[in-house]
Design a protein around this ligand. Structure first.
Ligand code: PNW
Length: 471
């Protein structure tokens, strides 16, 4: 599939890497930061692999200058990071903590000094525990509090940060946090999933309005989704319908109201057994449907689904930590199958054609909306050799294949503005703790020493030349 000619990217294509606050910062009790739902969850025995927590993580809070230095060394043009809500507004309500804001200001300035564009995500899953204690995302109030938080951060950093994302993957917050319970806060309540999804959508809409008021006019505002690429196992109508139902639950429950102004009718019907949707108030869909400057897409792998087969091979939960509860509210009978092919250390199949399809899909849905790939990457069980070198040819091959798909999409006329590799550093991989390594930079979690892997050098070559080498 790959051609012999190098693939040349547009000169203004934004090359970056991505991280998230809870996964890298550590300093969980410093400078006024209070617990988020991920502190509570990870400190609860049995929730996270090996009892790992984000208490120290990569200690990025104290080592951010070194990390910015690494990015500069790799020649990255952009860095996507998230703000820890409870570092900035400890109870999720009321006045901001200046030291929390100062940390992100210094980070943004450090990036700008090195010519790296900062891109802020306001919410990457670390809800202040106080807000969860008041009910969390299933409560409407959480969306209102998010808008105030967005205003605070917008006013504090709008003079130096031009690229803003409200939410990262609201699917995971709602469905893994309140449905399967494999993510914080670990609740398993089918109707709460739908309420959480709606209030996350509302939080986005109110947050965009707050940001528009707080930010200079040239700021760009978007949202990051992780749409499912759901492939029916066969073309039997029941399997095709299974794919439709999973697409409604994982993708269109967000893209419907966020990008098109209403919830899909089939989703309402599929979930009618679970909820009467009385949480949806008049005017909500209009509040959610705000003009956006870009859409961020995260992609890792496609899914193969079917109607119930009665077989034992299929799993009813998604791949991210197998809980005993299904996240698929109202479609619990849909089965997920292992696609054939090479796998990453997460057990995720390597299939760049899914990224190509995803980009085509959103381009046809919204031809005028610029797209960014806000996450793409792979975990492999990298080992450092005796000479201190980490060879990770599988990761290079994964990145090569996916960047090739991005380039082919651009050639087809899809408006893709940039690519953020997940992730800069090995980090706290949620329920998997430190057992899964997504970084292009190796982190020794005893010494916290950073060592760029072979993939970091390879990516630096792509970024520096703006070309994907022929293979
Ligand atoms: C994303 N799933 O998580 C997140 O945005 C990152 O924080 C994370 O480290 C990365 O991808 C790798 O996992 C996901 O179950 C978690 O579909 C779960 C799923 C997808 C993405």
């Amino acid at each position: 599939m790959t051609e012999k000619q190098p693939r040349v990217f547009p000169p203004d294509f934004l090359w970056g890497s991505a991280t998230a606050s809870y996964q890298i910062e550590g300093a969980a009790r410093e400078d006024g930061r209070t617990p988020s739902i991920w502190d509570t969850f990870s400190r609860t025995p049995g929730k996270v692999h090996a009892g790992d927590t984000g208490d120290v993580a990569c200690d990025h809070y104290h080592r951010w200058q070194e990390d910015v230095g690494l990015m500069a060394e790799l020649g990255l043009a952009a860095y996507r990071f998230s703000v820890s809500w409870s570092r900035v507004q400890p109870t999720g309500r009321g006045p901001a903590v200046q030291r929390g804001l100062d940390f992100y200001r210094a980070l943004a300035d450090g990036l700008l000094e090195r010519g790296i564009t900062p891109a802020i995500t306001l919410y990457h899953w670390d809800l202040p525990q106080d807000l969860e204690d008041s009910g969390g995302w299933p409560e409407r109030e959480t969306a209102e509090r998010f808008a105030e938080y967005a205003q605070i951060v917008g006013e504090a950093l709008g003079d130096r940060v031009a690229m803003w994302t409200t939410l990262n993957e609201p699917f995971c917050s709602a469905f893994l946090g309140y449905g399967s319970g494999v993510h914080a806060p670990g609740r398993t309540e089918p109707e709460s999933v739908l309420k959480a999804a709606h209030h996350l959508n509302l939080a986005h809409g109110l947050g965009v309005q707050a940001l528009r008021a707080a930010l200079p006019r040239n700021a760009e505002i978007g949202v990051t989704l992780n749409p499912v690429v759901a492939r029916p196992r066969t073309d039997a109508p029941a399997d095709v319908d299974a794919a439709r139902r999973i697409d409604a639950l994982q993708t269109r429950i967000f893209s419907g109201p966020l990008l098109h102004g209403s919830y899909p009718e089939d989703l309402r019907q599929d979930t009618a057994r679970v909820s009467d949707w009385s949480f949806l108030r008049a005017g909500d869909e209009a509040a959610i449907h705000q003009p956006l400057d870009f859409l961020g897409l995260n992609y890792y792998q496609p899914s193969v689904v079917s109607a119930p087969t009665g077989g034992s091979q299929a799993k009813r939960n998604d791949g991210h930590g197998s809980g005993t509860h299904s996240p698929w509210v109202g479609s619990e009978d849909v089965e997920f199958h292992l696609a054939p092919g090479e796998r990453t250390d997460m057990g995720w199949v390597v299939d760049p054609t899914g990224l190509y399809e995803l980009l085509q899909r959103f381009h046809s849905e919204l031809p005028n909306l610029p797209l960014y790939i806000t996450e793409n990457g792979a975990a492999f069980d990298d080992k450092m050799d005796a000479a201190g070198v980490v060879h990770d040819p599988e990761r290079i091959s994964y990145l090569h294949g996916h960047l090739d798909a991005v380039h082919r999409s651009i050639e087809q006329g899809v408006d893709i503005r940039g690519y953020f590799l997940w992730s800069l550093l090995d980090n706290f991989e949620w329920a998997y703790g430190y057992s899964k390594r997504f970084g292009v930079v190796h982190v020794d979690f005893d010494t916290l020493r950073r060592t760029p892997k072979a993939s970091a050098r390879w990516y630096a070559g792509v970024v520096g030349s703006g070309r994907l080498p022929a293979t």
